[in-house]
Write a protein that binds this ligand. Structure first.
Ligand SMILES: *Cc1c(COP(=O)(O)O)cnc(C)c1O
Length: 492
């Protein structure tokens, strides 16, 4: 399987999976995609019905990671997707499913009804779906680095979810250190405890005196010093990493196989979306031949994606027009994986992809509506890719959390609530709708308390994490200080 940037000039070189594994953006500023999507036959899909999650992950990944020997890839998927890693608060047989499907009930759809399922993706160590891909990434990184005797220092900024998922994926891994910046005293007590209680010597928590944007500016400033970046072997684990997307493709297959009996059936998915990473994996599963009817992007008040899927206009927002909401992991004003879908929508016309995303940088967006003066008319083809969308507000989240608790006895988190709210607007009679559950309610307890008047239950083992000893340093938002701290701890 060969990969190329979405912006690649005609005739440019191709890369193997292992070549792009540790990287993020392609050197030309684009994102990596396989030249063509591997296909899954009906016979294969039938055979996959009987597989464990780890074996299914192996079958899907080996179509993409063709340069990793089969036996080694199988060992890596089995090490990642074991019940020991994915077991929070669940009975052992349910935990063995890794991403179990729960039927909420039959919901009204035009002309009939449709079963609505929740697919549970947040039973990993940090209680959010990002563990699903990040745990795999940790094992793939360790494997690739060991092969070359190399090391990697991951440097990033977090306001919560991504940073903790990265730390739990990389803790104790050979050849890897993590330097994670977070705004001092700005994360929830739970999130702070999750990250700062890690005692692994390869994890460095740096609490920056400032806000999240200051942390991000520091990451940019350090990354822009290329000689420093090279000498210190600095890399990232942001959501544009291709291997992360591939690891997410697996649970779309799993959800489909659990919701159907035979391959003539279709299902739809609704995905609480921010950077378009999760739903991009659904798009890829569909391109591989998985019988997906609709892929519904659910946003919160930050509705960049909903606006595109309604109008064909992609209009990114500045930091000042980004709302802080009660589904904070979706507070995104510019969807970093969106370029992958646009590349497919444009038939992989890399010159046009380059031109449109240059326009995003210079003019803040592009317009594919086909109206006079627009940049193209490809919005008319969006339906062929199954996409639909909707948005949700804080009030919608509160109502949905209450209703699902009252009527079905299930407590959902704020991001999943955005998904359920939007999913109900896109039901087709007789077609199962699967809403991806992206976090457990315990992570966003403030809003659960507001909606239900009581606390979210915490999975076993998380009861008193705020009282555990914490390991972190506080630092001024100063690039020089940051660089010397990194150099001192890498010894490079
Ligand atoms: C990251 C995240 C999302 C958004 O996923 P994207 O891949 O960025 O679209 C949704 N919900 C939760 C809980 C998250 O952590």
């Amino acid at each position: 399987m060969q990969y190329q940037s979405t912006r690649a000039a005609a005739g440019s070189a191709v890369s193997a999976f292992s070549d792009i594994l540790l990287g993020g953006l392609a050197p030309d500023g684009g994102l990596y995609l396989p030249l063509t999507y591997p296909q899954v036959s009906g016979a294969e899909l039938d055979a996959w019905r009987r597989l464990s999650y780890a074996d299914l992950a192996y079958e899907v990944l080996r179509k993409f990671a063709t340069d990793i020997p089969d036996a080694e890839l199988r060992a890596l998927t089995h090490k990642t997707y074991t019940a020991a890693v994915y077991c929070n608060g669940r009975a052992a047989d349910d935990a063995a499913d890794i991403t179990p499907l729960h039927l909420l009930g039959q919901f009204e759809a035009p002309g009939g009804s449709a079963p609505l399922f929740l697919q549970s993706l947040s039973n990993g160590p940090t209680l959010a779906f990002k563990d699903m891909a990040m745990q795999m990434l940790g094992n793939l990184f360790e494997y690739a680095l060991a092969k070359n005797g190399a090391e990697l220092n991951i440097f990033g900024a977090t306001s919560g979810d991504t940073g903790s998922a990265a730390e739990y994926a990389m803790r104790g891994k050979q050849g890897i250190r993590v330097f994670m910046l977070s705004p001092h005293k700005k994360m929830s007590a739970f999130q702070t405890a999750q990250m700062f209680s890690l005692q692994d010597p390869n994890i460095f928590n740096i609490a920056v005196e400032g806000v999240f944007d200051d942390c991000q500016d520091l990451v940019k400033a350090v990354s822009n010093d290329l000689p420093f970046k090279q000498r210190q072997k600095i890399g990232t684990v942001n959501s544009i990493n291709w291997a992360r997307i591939v690891a997410q493709v697996v649970y779309y297959f799993r959800g489909y196989l659990l919701a159907t009996q035979e391959n003539t059936q279709k299902v739809s998915f609704t995905v609480p979306s921010g950077n378009f990473g999760n739903i991009c994996a659904g798009h890829i599963a569909r391109m591989m031949g998985l019988p997906i009817d609709k892929l519904v992007a659910a946003t919160n008040e930050n509705d960049v994606l909903d606006e595109f899927f309604r109008t064909g206009v992609y209009r990114v927002r500045g930091a000042k027009q980004t709302y802080h909401t009660s589904s904070p992991s979706m507070d995104i004003s510019k969807a970093s994986n969106f370029e992958r879908f646009i590349a497919d929508l444009l038939g992989r016309d890399s010159a046009r992809v380059r031109q449109l995303f240059h326009k995003v940088e210079t003019e803040g967006g592009f317009d594919l509506s086909g109206k006079p003066g627009s940049d193209g008319d490809e919005f008319a083809r969006v339906g062929q890719f199954g996409f639909a969308s909707g948005k949700s507000t804080h009030r919608d989240r509160l109502e949905t959390i209450r209703e699902i608790e009252d009527d079905y006895g299930v407590m959902i988190d704020t991001h999943t609530a955005d998904g359920v709210k939007v999913a109900r607007e896109h039901l087709t009679a007789g077609v199962p709708m699967i809403v991806l559950e992206t976090a457990l309610p315990a992570k966003f307890n403030e809003t659960i308390l507001e909606a239900l008047g009581r606390d979210a239950e915490r999975p076993a083992g998380f009861d008193h994490i705020e009282e555990l000893p914490q390991r972190f340093v506080v630092m001024a938002a100063d690039v020089g200080l940051m660089k010397s701290y990194i150099a001192e701890h890498t010894g490079l």
